[in-house]
Design a protein around this ligand. Structure first.
Ligand code: FE2
Ligand code: FE2
Length: 128
């Protein structure tokens, strides 16, 4: 299980609050199973799609304002995450099988461990 730790803090309140919110949501995601009711599953996907829209917008504006050189590469990762969430959403809403839910869990673990912990940290440290 991955937990929010202080070294993930960027010092930018909006970004930190948003990052914490996905770590909190991850606990609910890891608890999902084929027995979970479909409304709960759907709410989680809606949260993730909302999160992605709002949070990625915040980060990308910061990158543009600071002429961050890795903008396109970082944005590609954001877009890929949105596509993956939507792809998994479509099949999970049809069938919330263990296999589909596991695909979501793997995506989220990777996102917390690699994107927030590495990619986001990397771009934040280049800001003035
Ligand atoms: Fe982020
Ligand atoms: Fe990011």
């Amino acid at each position: 299980m991955l937990w929010w730790t202080e070294d993930l803090e960027t010092g930018i309140d909006t970004i930190d609050e948003q990052h914490k919110s996905i770590f909190d949501k991850a606990k609910e995601i890891f608890d999902l199973g084929p027995e979970s009711d479909i409304e709960t599953v759907e709410k989680i996907f809606i949260f993730l799609m909302n999160y992605a829209n709002n949070h990625f917008y915040e980060e990308e504006m910061l990158m543009l304002e600071n002429s961050y050189k890795g903008f396109l590469n970082h944005r590609k990762k954001h877009n890929h995450f949105i596509e993956e969430i939507y792809r998994i959403y479509q099949k999970t809403i049809e069938n919330s099988s263990e296999e589909n839910l596991n695909e979501l869990k793997v995506l989220i673990i990777d996102w917390l461990a690699n994107h927030i912990s590495c990619d986001d940290k990397e771009f934040i440290t280049t800001l003035d």
